[in-house]
Design a protein around this ligand. Structure first.
Ligand code: HDE
Length: 712
């Protein structure tokens, strides 16, 4: 994460948006027609206590606009947060792609990014267990390219035809509209347990990836195999990756549940605050390239979006970096109205026949028509490309441009043939000339049938503590299912991935893992299909482990932007505080004074300090670590407030770093931590630099077994 001076612009796109920004500073209120208004509080009435008159155009304008100020939320990914930024290329990959943003290292390509949860409504909690959307709009000089990805490298289904079923299964159940933003219910697992292709993404959703610490600490993936096309028209297969500079980190499920109550905007606030503070989130951009001739060399099909290419088999080559450096001016105008379309493509990149991708190419344009209400949605400021657009598409709801001239067709002579077509040499797009010689057929390729090998690879690759989290997540999710046959069918599916895992989950549910299921294992096939051809074979082991899949192997070298709660009351030790503050802030952390009351408190030097949060307004789960400076008076006051004790106990339970100095140790003695002073991430009278190392570790998972038994 780079810390830079906040810049208001810096890109062609943010400069372009400035034209549309309306500032009300030093202005007078008017109607939408420019008429000055001197009363916006009272309607026009027949007498002081009389009825309102139909004549009141001021009331009508105000109320009518209000009545229509909502648009349909996105059918999936309704809850999201956006930010502006730019993409820079480290090295040209002209050998693979002719795209300007991949060949010209002097370019700074503007981007707008929207992160989202999938299942919840617009007002749901950020910390739901869910996949996260990671959609990037690149405003390139050759047109807009949208890379509409997720924070997990695979998807639940293999064919777009199944998307409505998947979404209907996971969304609130149609009779009672319950549960909100949660996969832990019968319909989801009913579907999953009958459609084995879902199991890979489903086990990822049980892992810590589904409860990120921050959007800034998530990976992003394009998921599908795309093509890169070079100047010679040659194609290479490619998978796109985003790698966060801060590493990949998550919260625990217990925290996620509590954060949802304490601050349901936790991720949104975190992204906004980091950018406002000039601590700009950064991701490196990587590609996995596979030569055309190697299309069939893998144990899985490159066109199957439920499969990843292990990084140990095809390394990710880092070629650039994205920095987010500006918050939107207006949530609705930008974050809500931004329209991402996988079909927004540029020369140098192309699609493959991945049947999920192919369906997405239709769905996203279609959905904008009902969400934004017009085929002119590309004219909304956030959606406008940075290059001029010219064609013969005309009219429609809310046409914002004024197309000039007599003609709106091609070819023409009356407008001199304009807009004329572009020659290939001038940078026109052309689709990759893939050779196709096939029968028209409605089926699933047999090469898509292996549904157990990769979820098993994922699970095997996780660290012990990650596996434990997956087990607990399954017990929670399946424990919320009311139908035993669904739970048992799921246990059978999990057993195909890992028998120990299924036994542990079964124990938690108080059930036994069944030896078979009713009907075919996979029922996601056509009625007349040859069932035997579409049953997943037993799992294969083509790679023992993929270390890249485990968060245990991420970066632990930074505490930048980590939130540290400093527990203080009047009389806290300034000497302790100052020393700790200097070291932590130098390393980029953010210290927050949490005190018995709001306003100001005094340290033992009698200086006043602004309180960041009164204990009644905050919770331990909102911080990454805790520091308790000494000062007898302060510690006595903290001990008097039970919530401070709970605060520290919870941080300990969540395996966070805790430091205390001098009398701060007496406070620790009143908490669960007292028995664990030799824990690696409990630092009493230690060097501040040791605290930095402990915070950078994110969590001390060695504490997990002890923490589990703490009653808080
Ligand atoms: Fe989406 N998806 N999706 N999806 N998706 C939408 O488009 C759809 C899929 C993803 O921040 C919708 O504008 C189909 C995969 C993100 O605005 C809709 C299929 C991946 C976002 C839609 C998929 C995604 C969406 C809803 C299966 C990861 C939010 C509103 C064929 C690679 C973008 C909208 C934003 C949004 C359809 C599968 C990611 C309905 C039919 C795979 C990040 O068009």
């Amino acid at each position: 994460m780079s810390k830079k001076k906040i810049t208001d612009s810096g890109s062609k796109k943010t400069d372009d948006l400035k034209k549309f920004v309306v500032n009300t500073k030093d202005t007078t209120m008017t109607t939408n027609q420019g008429l000055r208004i001197n009363d916006t509080n009272n309607s026009l009435k027949s007498g002081e206590r009389g009825s309102t008159l139909l004549e009141d155009f001021l009331l009508r304008e105000k109320i009518t606009h209000f009545d229509h100020e909502r648009i349909p939320e996105r059918i999936v990914h309704a809850r999201g947060s956006g930010a502006h930024g730019y993409f820079e290329l480290y090295e040209s990959i002209a050998e693979f792609s002719k795209a300007g943003l991949f060949t010209d290292t002097s370019r700074k390509t503007p981007v707008f990014v929207r992160f989202s949860t999938v299942a919840g409504s617009k007002g749901s909690s950020d910390l739901a267990r869910d996949v996260r959307g990671f959609a990037v709009k690149f405003y390139t000089e050759e047109g807009t390219w949208d890379l509409v990805g997720n924070n997990m490298p695979i998807f639940f289904i293999q064919d777009a035809m199944k998307f409505p079923d998947l979404v209907h299964a996971v969304k609130p159940e149609p009779n009672k509209e319950i549960p909100q933003a949660a996969s832990a219910h019968d319909t989801f697992y009913d579907f999953v347990s009958h459609a084995t292709e879902t199991l890979h993404n489903q086990i990822w959703a049980m892992s810590d990836r589904a409860i990120p610490r921050s959007f800034r600490m998530m990976e992003g993936f394009g998921i599908h195999t795309f093509r890169l096309i070079n100047e010679k028209g040659e194609s290479h297969f490619v998978k796109f990756h985003w790698k966060p500079k801060l590493g990949v980190h998550s919260v625990t499920w217990d925290e996620a549940v509590k954060i949802s109550g304490a601050d349901s905007d936790f991720h949104r606030r975190d992204l906004w605050d980091a950018i406002e503070a000039g601590q700009f989130p950064e991701w490196e951009f990587g590609i996995q390239v596979v030569a055309q001739k190697d299309e069939h060399k893998f144990d899985f099909d490159l066109l199957d979006p439920t499969k990843l290419i292990p990084e140990e088999m095809v390394p990710v080559r880092i070629i650039g970096k994205m920095t987010l450096n500006k918050n939107p001016e207006n949530f609705f105008a930008e974050t809500e109205q931004v329209a991402f379309l996988p079909g927004h493509i540029i020369p140098g990149i192309d699609f493959t026949n991945d049947p999920l991708l192919q369906g997405r190419l239709f769905s996203y344009r279609d959905t904008q028509l009902s969400r934004l209400g017009s085929p002119n949605f590309h004219q909304i400021p956030i959606n406008r490309p940075i290059m001029p657009t010219h064609n013969n598409q005309r009219d429609g709801h809310m046409q914002m441009d004024i197309p000039k001239g007599q003609t709106a067709y091609f070819p023409n002579s009356l407008s001199g043939g304009c807009p004329h077509l572009s020659k290939m040499a001038e940078g026109a797009f052309t689709s990759y000339e893939e050779r196709i010689d096939a029968r028209k057929i409605r089926t699933r390729s047999e090469s898509f049938s292996d549904h157990f090998s990769q979820p098993a690879l994922f699970y095997r690759s996780l660290a012990d503590w990650e596996q434990k989290h997956v087990t607990d997540a399954y017990i929670f999710e399946l424990g919320k299912c009311m139908h035993q046959h669904i739970q048992e069918r799921m246990l059978y599916m999990i057993a195909q991935i890992d028998t120990d895992l299924s036994q542990e989950v079964a124990k938690g549910l108080g059930l036994k893992v069944p030896n078979s299921v009713d009907g075919p294992v996979n029922q996601s096939i056509g009625a007349d299909a040859d069932v035997s051809k579409h049953q997943p074979p037993k799992k294969k082991i083509y790679l023992d482990k993929s270390p890249a899949l485990s968060q245990a192997n991420t970066k632990f070298d930074s505490i930048a932007t980590r939130q540290i709660a400093v527990l203080v009351a009047d009389g806290f030790s300034m000497k302790n505080y100052k020393k700790m503050k200097q070291t932590l802030e130098k390393a980029g952390a953010v210290l927050k004074l949490v005190a018995p009351h709001g306003g100001k408190i005094k340290c033992d030097d009698q200086m006043e300090h602004k309180v960041d949060a009164a204990i009644m307004t905050t919770e331990s789960v909102l911080y990454d670590a805790i520091y308790i400076p000494g000062g007898k008076k302060s510690i006595d006051a903290l001990k008097n407030e039970a919530k401070f004790i709970k605060f520290v106990n919870e941080a300990f339970k969540h395996c966070k770093a805790i430091a205390a100095d001098d009398e701060g140790e007496h406070f620790i003695d009143d908490t669960f931590v007292s028995k664990h002073k030799n824990d690696n991430a409990v630092l009493i009278n230690s060097k501040p630099s040791d605290f930095v190392i402990a915070i950078a570790q994110h969590r001390n998972w060695n504490r997990m077994e002890i923490a589990k038994n703490l009653p808080c």
